[in-house]
Design a protein around this ligand. Structure first.
Ligand SMILES: NC(=O)c1ccc[n+]([C@@H]2O[C@H](COP(=O)([O-])OP(=O)(O)OC[C@H]3O[C@@H](n4cnc5c(N)ncnc54)[C@H](OP(=O)(O)O)[C@@H]3O)[C@@H](O)[C@H]2O)c1
Length: 245
């Protein structure tokens, strides 16, 4: 589909990657861009229409879908990462919040907007996933579980919505230069690059974006993950917990 003339809704549009998504949509000529955020006053991007939305609030998700009946492109960007381990975390709170937001929130948005997209000719959904959808990093373990679940839902929603002509695009990335990865040193993708690749895929009808070299390498290594992916992760984790890293 063409971005030019589309009507898009981006979740988490107030900062980070969501703001870059909204800006890129305006730049590519979207007729309208709804910038959804828990605090709509924080959506300041020129050309973007703010709308209040917490994606974990099912009632509000339904209201927004009933209000924004012109949407042809849904960008499920909103997400949380609590840097929580499976075993060492003090409680299940972080794991539940990540699953509630990254999985159930995204699922809830897909369900609410599927009929809207159908009524408008099919359109597209972009789901913001991660390299962590593909393997478990123990430092962000429960986040990875939520992104693996969101990857699964993305594949399933694509199958279920094929009949109505909705393109469902999975965007996987390693570290992106936003607040979420602020404490991570080293090279990061720019939010602009991820947004450009995502909308290039929408315009080309492609179902998957692997936004950087690390993400492409990890996906290619999946058939041999226990030889190629997990041994260095294990070594890093063991040295971190024994205090030698
Ligand atoms: N940064 C990375 O390294 C990286 C890598 C791969 C994938 N991702 C994914 O990229 C997406 C965007 O993340 P980011 O890097 O831009 O992180 P960020 O700077 O922390 O921004 C997260 C955004 O999600 C919003 N959000 C969180 N919970 C929400 C909820 N319940 N309802 C509505 N909005 C909610 C936040 O709103 P508030 O301002 O209200 O908190 C904020 O706008 C996420 O799905 C993330 O998992 C990030």
């Amino acid at each position: 589909m063409k971005i030019d003339g589309s009507v898009a809704l981006v979740t988490g549009a107030n900062r980070g990657l969501g703001q870059a998504y909204a800006r890129e949509l305006v730049k590519r000529g979207a007729a309208k861009v709804y910038g959804a955020a828990r605090n709509p006053a924080a959506v300041t991007e020129p050309g973007v229409t703010p709308i209040g939305l917490d994606i974990t609030d099912a009632e509000r998700v339904a209201q927004v879908a009933a209000q924004c009946t012109d949407v042809t492109l849904l960008v499920n960007n909103a997400g949380v990462m609590k840097a929580s381990t499976f075993i060492g975390a003090p409680s299940l709170d972080a794991a539940r919040l990540e699953m509630e937001t990254n999985y159930f929130g995204t699922l809830s948005m897909c369900r609410a907007f599927a009929p809207v997209l159908a009524a408008n000719g099919g359109g597209a959904i972009v789901n913001m996933l991660s390299v962590s959808s593909f393997y478990t990093n123990p430092f962000t373990a429960s986040y990875g579980a939520s992104k693996a679940a969101a990857w699964s839902l993305t594949n399933g929603v694509r199958l279920e919505l094929h009949h109505q002509g909705t393109l469902v695009v999975a965007v996987h990335a390693s570290f992106i230069d936003t607040d979420m990865a602020a404490l991570v040193p080293g090279p990061k993708d720019s939010p602009e690059s991820v947004a450009q690749q995502a909308f290039d895929a929408v315009e080309a009808g492609q179902v998957e974006v692997l936004a950087d070299e690390r993400t492409r390498t990890v996906k290619a290594q999946l058939p041999r993950d226990h030889e190629l992916i997990y041994p260095p992760v294990q070594e890093f984790w063991d040295s971190a917990v024994s205090g030698t890293s």
